[in-house]
Design a protein around this ligand. Structure first.
Ligand code: NAG
Ligand code: NAG
Length: 466
């Protein structure tokens, strides 16, 4: 069985453009029977252009012209190497209230790729709102490879996972008010013993009546309140920052999923994540693996190379209340059967569980399953082996992004990020929020418990920039 829209392959918007286009074609056909030929041709030309635009984005409600110049909606933001669409960031930066000598330090970023990204992005988003004119280039905490739940070993440089050039260019082009520093020592006026102040941004929210876990409902109030504290020596106990006397701010650990991303509008929510692009090595190896996956599917009789992407999250650091191996496997194989997949790619950091799943998939769904290690040979395999556990997770991420349907699990931030990133296919820059817990966009399904906002970690969907 083949689901119709899934046969349209590649990085194209799928069902959302197909139906409107069909309607337009039918309208044109009906109209053509009733009008004289000469005017029909003229009408078709312009209507085809006019008709195609609203299906993707409401061009009339696009950005103000100084941010226009092509609004970037022709870019497929779900591609791992999508170009950065910078005007929403530029607009946010143009609206900020900049403070000389204020520097944000976003360097305690840990966990897997979903968490690391959110730590960095949340911290930078707050930093812009605060008016920080300086930013230390983010670093990443290395996970302990023998104790996967230990997330805080060495500090690794930004390019451990991300493309530093791309990050710098994104800020230079769109947020030139911010200076990026490689090292605390490089910050002017910092002295030999830099004092770093720790804050929790929620303490600057209007929180009367909130659940203590609630995100900042009014992140738009954060800037004013933070700067009031910053400039009030009684509050912070320090003089206001200046070019010669900087103030360095770091968050108390654990500030993530704290910013309600859609408050900035879909165009910012959907593009801000683009500041963090995977580094060239990970992109290259990920794409090579994806290519081999399509070849594997074709070699197994799947002509168009389509495959199911599976994220099995049962490794040793998964928490007790997460869906079990059996729950995940049942749900995934049901989707495989329902959608007629004959081959699948499985991402898991546990090779034994991958084998178990592959056995169950052949038996119960006549589906062949492979991992990245099965798909790479020689030099590529050696390169894969040289990567850390979390870097290898990025290879999985790139392959799964290219799958024809994705199944994952709540409350894994890796799975949530995947579903949100894939969802960007549906509307580009103006993509509306993913309908959590549904199969609504036809691209992904996450098994899990969607009953409780906090205990079920549904809040991740509201605080993530894909
Ligand atoms: C990693 O974890 C192991 C086992 O708990 C421990 O022996 C080792 O010292 C840890 N390594 C680092 C770098 O923290
Ligand atoms: C980084 O996070 C860990 C985890 O809670 C914490 O123990 C540590 O103090 C943090 N480091 C800094 C420099 O904030």
């Amino acid at each position: 069985m083949v689901i119709g829209y899934q046969t349209l392959k590649g990085f194209m918007p799928r069902r959302n453009i197909f139906l409107p286009t069909l309607c337009i074609v039918l309208l044109i056909a009906v109209w053509a029977f009733r009008a004289p030929p000469s005017s029909v041709e003229k009408w078709i030309d312009t209507s085809a252009i006019r008709g195609a635009t609203p299906a993707k984005a409401p061009s009339s409600s696009g950005p103000p012209t100084q941010y226009g110049n092509g609004n970037g909606n022709d870019v497929d933001l779900s591609a791992p190497d999508a170009p950065f669409v910078g005007w929403p960031l530029r607009r946010v930066c143009d609206e900020a209230n900049w403070v000389e000598g204020l520097v944000y330090i976003c360097d305690n970023n840990s966990g897997g790729i979903g968490n690391i990204r959110n730590y960095i992005q949340t911290c930078i988003r707050y930093g812009i709102e605060a008016g920080a004119t300086g930013l230390l280039l983010p670093r990443i905490r290395k996970r302990n490879e023998t104790d996967l739940a230990d997330l805080f070993t060495d500090y690794l440089p930004f390019d451990y996972m991300f493309d530093e050039r791309h990050f710098r260019d994104a800020f230079a082009a769109n947020c030139p008010q911010i200076t990026l520093y490689d090292d605390i020592k490089d910050i002017p006026g910092v002295g030999s013993k830099p004092a770093v102040e720790h804050i929790t941004p929620k303490k600057f929210g209007n929180r009367d009546g909130c659940d203590w876990r609630d995100q900042n409902r009014h992140t738009d109030r954060f800037g004013d309140r933070f700067r009031k504290w910053l400039h009030d020596a009684k509050g912070s106990g320090r003089p206001a920052p200046s070019a010669t006397h900087p103030r360095l701010i770091r968050f108390d650990w654990g500030v993530l999923w704290d910013w309600l991303t859609y408050r900035d509008g879909p165009e910012f929510a959907n593009t801000f994540g683009g500041i963090l692009r995977f580094n060239d090595q990970l992109l290259r190896l990920g794409k090579a693996t994806l290519e081999n996956m399509h070849a594997f599917a074709r070699a197994n009789g799947v002509e168009d190379g389509r495959f199911l992407g599976v994220h099995l999250r049962t490794e040793s650091d998964a928490l007790g209340f997460w869906p079990t191996y059996n729950t995940q496997t049942d749900a995934y194989l049901k989707q495989a059967t329902k959608r007629g997949f004959e081959v699948a790619y499985i991402a898991t950091g546990d090779s034994l569980e991958a084998q178990n799943f592959a056995g169950a998939a052949i038996e119960l769904a006549q589906m062949r399953v492979v991992t990245k290690a099965d798909l790479l040979d020689d030099d590529d395999y050696a390169e894969l082996e040289s990567l850390t556990w979390d870097q290898q997770g990025v290879i999985d991420f790139i392959v799964l992004l290219g799958s024809d349907f994705f199944v994952g699990t709540m409350p894994s931030s890796f799975s949530v990020y995947m579903a949100m990133k894939r969802h960007l296919k549906t509307g580009g820059v103006y993509t509306r929020p993913y309908k959590v817990g549904t199969e609504g966009d036809g691209l992904s399904y996450l098994v899990g418990n969607y009953e409780k906002y906090w205990e079920g970690w549904l809040f991740m969907w509201d605080g993530m920039w894909p």
